[in-house]
Design a protein around this ligand. Structure first.
Ligand SMILES: [Cu+2]
Length: 350
């Protein structure tokens, strides 16, 4: 998450890849009409067949050659093209995750499914038994337990994402369950993209309390009540549900906690789809004003602007709308999900 979360909610999941680098070309004009928005649904509201189709599409991407490999040798497949985009944030890849899913058989009327965390904050059992982590119609569950804490980790070369200790962590090992058992990657930790002798693995370290404290219905409702985007972005990106999804699945050792390499876990995309849904839910409560309410640091969590400036409606965003093509927009063009060039909707909102 090298750029603040609005770029990621707009980026990997609103079908764009972004960069904070300056762009000199004029922004592309945006059509207002959106004839047929595709629908993003909660994972458990998909049919069994649709869930199988989505998992099959992700596996298909993992079996297709990556187009970023020529630039970054550790990229092994199409799925990792998007990981490369996230890690490197340069302009060599501009991919469209939903389009890549569609190219791998995913239903073209459906968008990236989301994970409504609030459905899984009722109890630890509910979390562990969430359809998200199902071993047939989900993404599999926790990794095996590895002891240690932030100051005394027993696993070297892990991701070091959380600023604080995660006392309720319960896993840390590689993915055990199907359909992604043993999923590997050369990416990480963090922004390490150097070639390695041994393949690493995607890890999970479930931390239910950390998840519930930040993503409960009360937390989400409190965020919905915030008055302006600056407050909303700060609270949700750095305090409440955005870290909840990352730390709840990633804990101390897990991939989802890794600031850069987290998209190596397929759950990342369902989490960030819901981050985007929550933003749209907030916008929709006062759309006239909030379609134009943008602020916050260009660099993730850089609230003192030590590393960069703030985003505005004029901040340029690079949008990949097809292999090898690059279209440039401004943030202002991407504020309304049911206007071109985005044109999608959620089956329900907060
Ligand atoms: Cu994130």
């Amino acid at each position: 998450m090298g750029l603040s979360s609005w770029t990621w909610t707009t980026a990997l999941l609103a079908l764009v890849a972004t960069s904070a680098l300056p762009i000199t070309a004029a922004p592309t004009s945006v059509r207002e009409t959106c004839a047929r928005p595709y629908v993003r649904k909660e994972w458990r509201h998909l049919t069994d067949g649709q869930r199988q189709q989505y998992i099959g599409a992700v596996q298909c991407m993992m079996n297709q050659p990556g187009t970023a490999t020529a630039t970054l040798s550790i990229v092994r497949n199409r799925f990792e093209d998007f990981l490369a985009t996230h890690v490197k944030q340069t302009d060599f890849v501009h991919f469209v995750y939903e389009k890549a899913l569609w190219a791998c058989g995913w239903d073209r009327t459906l968008g990236q499914p989301f994970w409504d965390w609030t459905l899984d904050t009722g109890s630890k059992e509910a979390f562990l038994n969430s359809p998200i982590f199902d071993t047939v119609l989900g993404f599999g569950g926790n990794g095996a337990y590895i002891p240690g804490n932030l100051s005394h980790p027993e696993l070297s070369g892990f991701t070091v994402g959380p600023p604080n200790d995660i006392p309720d962590r319960s896993g840390g090992g590689c993915l055990i369950d199907n359909p992604f058992a043993g999923l590997g990657t050369y990416f990480g930790p963090q922004n390490d993209t150097s070639p390695k002798d041994a393949l690493g693995c995607v890890r999970r370290d479930f931390s239910y309390d950390s998840f519930r404290e930040r993503a409960s219905p009360a937390q989400v409702e409190a965020a919905m009540a915030l008055a302006n985007y600056g407050a909303f972005e700060f609270v949700t990106d750095s305090q409440s549900y955005h870290p909840a999804g990352h730390w709840g699945v990633g804990g101390l050792y897990g991939t989802m906690t890794d600031t850069y390499a987290s998209p190596a876990d397929p759950v990342f995309y369902l989490h960030h789809s819901n981050v985007d849904r929550a933003w749209w839910s907030w916008q929709a409560r006062d759309l006239v004003g909030r379609e134009r309410d943008m602020s916050g640091p260009l660099v993730s969590f850089d609230y003192t602007n030590a590393r960069g400036g703030n985003a505005t409606l004029d901040t340029p965003v690079w949008v990949g709308l097809g292999e090898g093509n690059r279209v440039e927009f401004r943030v202002a063009d991407l504020m309304h999900i049911q206007k071109e060039p985005l044109c999608y909707e959620y089956e329900s909102l907060y």
